[in-house]
Structures are given as structure tokens and as C-alpha cells.
Design a protein around this ligand. Structure first.
Ligand SMILES: [Zn+2]
Ligand SMILES: [Zn+2]
Length: 262
């Protein structure tokens, strides 16, 4: 048992909740659990701290959670809502914080290509002006060791794209999927805490619905399942009352203990 803490930095879909210009009930809700920043989680264990994704709300999330150091970032895929906070990692990558090392990033080859193209200046060895994020991009295509953890990328279908979820010990984070292939379901055997995409009730070409994720949750059978990447079609309190035992909606700031030992 290697106990770790998962902190939900953001539980919202790509536009966030409230959504700009919307006056629906959820966007006007006074319930803080209906305020959803872009999706990301932080893992902490034994003095270490890593992120899964760094989205456009990373700065606000880091200030809220008092993040003053960072050991690594794992990326699920290259969409804007998961990567646009890379520039805001800057203060956590400066030598006085890291002791000189670059902060390692881990991503599949296609996601790494997107990072290098969107953030061309960060990966430009001849960049003249300084002050950029000091990161080291590592391409991954299977399980690897990070610090004292075993990180297992879990391929999932996000529409036609194959992207990564991650399994770490008995914790798994699967954001942005429309389908989990059978081989990947097998990789989730024995997880006790799992996060699943549950965008909304209406079908969507690249995301899972609440109904579909309830079925996935039942098949995985984790003690605790948390839905994330939710839109403004999912009111926290009213939806929570419809969920079976063990299935919950995540919310920003939520903390859960999980066993990260493989
Ligand atoms: Zn997304
Ligand atoms: Zn709305």
C-alpha cells in the first residue's frame, strides 16, 4: 500500500462551467460544486506531486491549491482544454524551485507533436529571451516508472482518436473517452478509485454520457467511481441523487485517498 491523495483541480468540460454567455440554471447555480474549471487532477504521495494534464485554468487551480512545486506532468492528449496551461507551469520550472532540473512531461508521440507545435517557443533551443517553462518532453507508448510509481497509460477512444487514460496502482483516470476497448478494460482490473468522462446525457461523438459511464462503472466495479469532464447539463445536487452507491460526481477541490502501489 502506497497511499496517495488525488485532488480534483477541475471537473468541467472544455468550455468550463459556468459557460460564457449562458444563463442556464447550472451556470447561475450558487452551489460551488457547479463551478467547474477545465479538467485536471493532481496526485501527491510521499512528498511528490504530479499533474495529469495542465489546462487553461492551471494558474487559478495552482493558486487555489497552493501548488509550489511539481515533479512531472502526464498528458492524456493534445486538446486545448488539457494542454493550454503549459505556459503557466513557468514559475514551477525555474531553477530556484527545481534545483536546476527541467520538469519532465510525459505524452504519447502525437500529443508531444501538438505540444511542440502549439508551444514552439518553449521547445526552441535557440529561444533568446528566457523566462520560458523549463520542461523536458518524454514520449511514451507504454508503462513506465516515474519516481517510485509505475505509470500505465490506458488507451481509450476519444471519437476517432486514441488517447491515454492512466492507471497508477489502484487509481485510474479516464477523461475524454467515447469508448474503452476491451483490452483497456482488462487493464483496469482491480482498480478501487476510477474517474470517468461523463459529459452530459445527450450522446456526443467524442465523449461518454452519464448512462454509458454508469454501465462502464458497473463493469469496472471500483469501490469509488467519480464522474468528470461535465458540462452545464449536469447539475451537481440533482444528478447526485440519481446515482447508485459508489458512483459520485467529482467537483473542483475534491480530495480522495487512493492506493498508488502497483
Ligand atoms: Zn477534454
Ligand atoms: Zn449554462
Amino acid at each position: 500500500m502506497k497511499s496517495g491523495t488525488i485532488t480534483v483541480l477541475g471537473s468541467g468540460t472544455s468550455m468550463g462551467v459556468p459557460t460564457i454567455g449562458c444563463d442556464c440554471e447550472v451556470c447561475r447555480s450558487a452551489d460551488p460544486r457547479d463551478r467547474r474549471l477545465r479538467p485536471s487532477v493532481m496526485l501527491e504521495w510521499g512528498g511528490h506531486r504530479i499533474l495529469i494534464d495542465s489546462g487553461p485554468d492551471f494558474r487559478e487551480q495552482a493558486i487555489r491549491e497552493g501548488i509550489d512545486r511539481l515533479d512531472a506532468v502526464l498528458f492524456t492528449h493534445g486538446h486545448a482544454d488539457h494542454i493550454l496551461g503549459l505556459d503557466d507551469l513557468r514559475p514551477l520550472t525555474f531553477p530556484r524551485v527545481t534545483g536546476g532540473a527541467r520538469v519532465p512531461l510525459y505524452a504519447a508521440a502525437d500529443t508531444a507533436d501538438i505540444l511542440r507545435s502549439v508551444f514552439k517557443y518553449i521547445f526552441d533551443d535557440n529561444y533568446k529571451y528566457g523566462g520560458i517553462a523549463r520542461v523536458a518532453l518524454n514520449e511514451i507508448d507504454g508503462p513506465f516508472e516515474l519516481l517510485d510509481l509505475r505509470i500505465v497509460p490506458v488507451p481509450v477512444l476519444h471519437g476517432e482518436a486514441t488517447i491515454f487514460g492512466y492507471r497508477i496502482g489502484r487509481f485510474a483516470y479516464l477523461t475524454d473517452f467515447s469508448e474503452i476497448p476491451a483490452e483497456s478494460m482488462a487493464m483496469l482490473d482491480g482498480v478501487s478509485v476510477v474517474f470517468l468522462d461523463a459529459l452530459r446525457h445527450e450522446p456526443h461523438p467524442t465523449h461518454s454520457t452519464l448512462d454509458n459511464s454508469l454501465q462502464v462503472a458497473a463493469r469496472i466495479g471500483a469501490a469509488q467511481t467519480f464522474f468528470t469532464h461535465m458540462s452545464h447539463n449536469v447539475p451537481h445536487e440533482a444528478t447526485s441523487q440519481t446515482l447508485p452507491p459508489g458512483v459520485m460526481l467529482a467537483y473542483d477541490g475534491l480530495r480522495i485517498e487512493a492506493d498508488l502501489e502497483s
